[in-house]
Ligand binder design. Structure first.
Ligand code: FAD
Length: 296
């Protein structure tokens, strides 16, 4: 596996390389900041294709996305990808953030709409002078020839999508606007990811779609997260984890085993890589990587 700061994701994948990437979020306090940098340091030897830093729903963590991606660019060998959302920003503000990122040496952006302030599934109201859809943010970023753009895709459709075909057309719109790659929300079944690839291809969204992986380390918190996007944990996953409901260590081990099998199935199905939602901890991701015997 190689990564090269100068290459776009499309160029990397065209070379036959698969993309392995890790996602972090901006922490709220000093203890969280230390945990984040520990995870980044422990994962750097795995030479991921890129690492991405999410953009908060509001408040001070937003500035930290710029600061963290800047520090990753300056102090590590890693390629940083900064997430950016349309929530609460005018177009001028978005342009100013893009200026800051560009001058910090951050050229890869995940262009997202963001969830409504009331949470997923609540009504979305665009900001006055701002943007309504992620495809518009892609167009805004596309005006900067040096910037490379990723977008979100959803294995079971976005929570507000009219149907799965409309969901695929939205991905095509983002591709048409200039997105070079997509990363999915966490995949729960390999078959959902394969169906998404088929829909994307039929809709003409001709971009690499990297599946998102989040191992189940705690059943209740994963159930809450999945319900947030009005999905359900597959029954076969529940059946494997329920016997360990009272044994957190055994449950964690089974969660890692399930995630490893899912990764293998996704790569076998032709996934161009894997994107790990690390929650700012490295251990589970390292265990899955080691299980997969991905060479670095
Ligand atoms: P869009 O592509 O704009 O889609 C949003 C909704 O609008 C969909 O229901 C879509 O069907 C509909 N739609 C789009 N275009 C049209 C159109 N032309 N006409 C009619 N309907 C349309 N959130 C954060 O706040 N910060 C993050 O850092 C972050 N990172 C993420 C990373 C990944 C990989 C993923 C999968 C999600 C991430 N999210 C993040 C969550 C994301 O912002 C939400 O899921 C959001 O609700 C949708 O964002 P989007 O970019 O897919 O929006």
């Amino acid at each position: 596996m190689t990564h090269a700061r100068g290459l776009s994701m499309r160029e990397l994948l065209a070379r036959g390389d698969r993309s392995f990437s890790f996602e972090f979020f901006p922490p709220k306090d000093e203890a969280g900041e230390q945990q984040l940098w520990q995870a980044i340091t422990e994962l750097e030897p795995y030479a991921p294709t890129f690492v991405s830093v999410t953009y908060g729903a509001g408040g001070t963590t937003r500035d930290r996305t710029v600061a963290i991606t800047e520090r990753i660019a300056r102090e590590t060998s890693l390629l940083p990808v900064a997430h950016l959302t349309c929530v609460g920003h005018t177009t001028d503000e978005l342009d100013a953030i893009l200026d800051d990122l560009a001058s910090a040496g951050v050229q890869h952006i995940m262009a997202l709409r963001g969830d409504p302030p009331g949470g997923p599934g609540t009504p979305w109201t665009p900001t006055d002078g701002g943007l309504t859809y992620a495809s518009e943010l892609v167009s805004l970023i596309r005006r900067r020839p040096d910037m490379r753009i990723g977008v979100a895709a959803f294995p079971e459709g976005h929570v507000d999508a009219v149907d799965l075909e409309q969901d695929a057309r939205v991905l095509r719109d983002k591709y048409d606007a200039g997105a070079e790659f997509a990363v999915t929300d966490m995949v729960l079944r390999a078959s959902d990811y394969v169906a998404l690839l088929e829909r994307a291809e039929s809709a003409g969204a001709d971009l690499p779609i990297i599946p998102g992986i989040m191992p189940i380390l705690n059943l209740r918190s994963m159930e809450r997260m999945v319900e947030f996007s009005r999905r359900q944990l597959p029954q076969e996953v529940r059946d494997r984890l329920t016997p360990y409901a009272e044994d957190p260590q055994a449950l964690r081990a089974e969660g890692i085993a399930i995630a490893t099998e899912l990764c293998e199935a996704l790569l076998d199905a032709g996934a161009p890589g894997l994107h790990f939602y690390t929650l700012n901890r490295s251990k589970a991701t390292r265990e899955i990587f080691d299980n997969l015997r991905i060479t670095v």
